[in-house]
Design a protein. Structure first.
Length: 281
């Protein structure tokens, strides 16, 4: 009988310990969950290879993972408006300022810049080579040579539309004969241009990291209107309370800090920098 009672006491003790363990298990699992934020950004920051260089350095400095959703700037801003991102890192200053004015962020800060370049066949059948982008687009329009537009409401697409307008070409009235929209990211647009010997507007960063160039080359660069500024914004938790505001702010602050700016400056391909930090602190 004593042996039986001992076994019952041991069983009750085991069950009690199991109950305590089951109570503590959710807390233990929660403690082990990775700390991360979601950044809605552009295809150019990813396809240029910048994030592959930048994010491991941030992970080492902070212990926070950054999960990037790379889409066109317009889509990135819409994603953030829905509360599906903690941070926006894009390159359409006018659209970003509107985002702040709408209350979806309280601040926008410059992070870095590079420039746009007009890419085309090395033979340049439209004769656009030079430093004047407006003159180049006028020639392209008249020549009817193939031109690939992103057509995806991205920062690059927005810049392209501004440049056509400045060149006096009204796309709404009549598109040039060779004008085609791909509705795609920068890498696929460059692939399409390479496959069809077409002209295309690209950010320099993605072009430098692009390998499938075929017969393409930079034909127009150096025009001040080709300047390409990138900015960062933390999604306003007053609009979306679930946003990880503290970790998001930490990431934004790091991007504009001396350490973040130096990490951006250090990213080069063939000794050539892809982005130039210009945060104002």
């Amino acid at each position: 009988m004593g042996h039986l009672n001992f076994r019952r006491r041991m069983l009750r003790a085991a069950l009690a310990l199991a109950g305590i363990a089951s109570t503590l298990a959710p807390a233990a699992v929660q403690a082990q969950e990775p700390r991360f934020i979601v950044v809605a950004s552009t295809t150019s920051t990813e396809q240029s290879g910048l994030f592959a260089h930048l994010l491991p350095a941030y992970r080492q400095a902070s212990g926070v993972d950054v999960r990037v959703v790379a889409v066109g700037t317009g889509q990135a801003l819409d994603q953030a408006r829905r509360g599906d991102a903690d941070v926006v890192f894009v390159h359409d200053t006018a659209a970003e300022e509107k985002f702040v004015a709408e209350g979806f962020a309280t601040q926008r800060r410059n992070v870095m810049y590079n420039d746009f370049v007009l890419i085309g066949p090395k033979a340049d059948p439209a004769g656009v080579k030079g430093k004047d982008i407006a003159a180049a687009l006028k020639k392209l329009s008249a020549a009817g040579q193939p031109f690939v537009s992103r057509g995806d409401k991205s920062g690059t697409h927005a810049a392209e539309l501004r440049l056509w307008k400045a060149a006096g070409v009204d796309l709404a009235a009549a598109r040039p004969a060779g004008y085609k929209e791909c509705g795609c990211g920068m890498g696929p647009a460059l692939n399409m241009a390479a496959a069809t010997d077409a002209y295309v507007l690209a950010d320099r960063g993605t072009w430098l990291n692009f390998r499938n160039r075929g017969g393409l080359a930079i034909l127009v660069e150096g025009d001040t209107s080709l300047f390409n500024q990138y900015g960062v914004m933390v999604v306003n938790p007053a609009r979306h309370p679930h946003v990880k505001a503290a970790m998001a702010q930490q990431f934004a602050d790091w991007l504009v800090s001396p350490a973040g700016q130096q990490t951006i400056a250090d990213y080069k391909i063939g000794g050539e920098p892809l982005f130039f930090p210009n945060a104002v602190r």
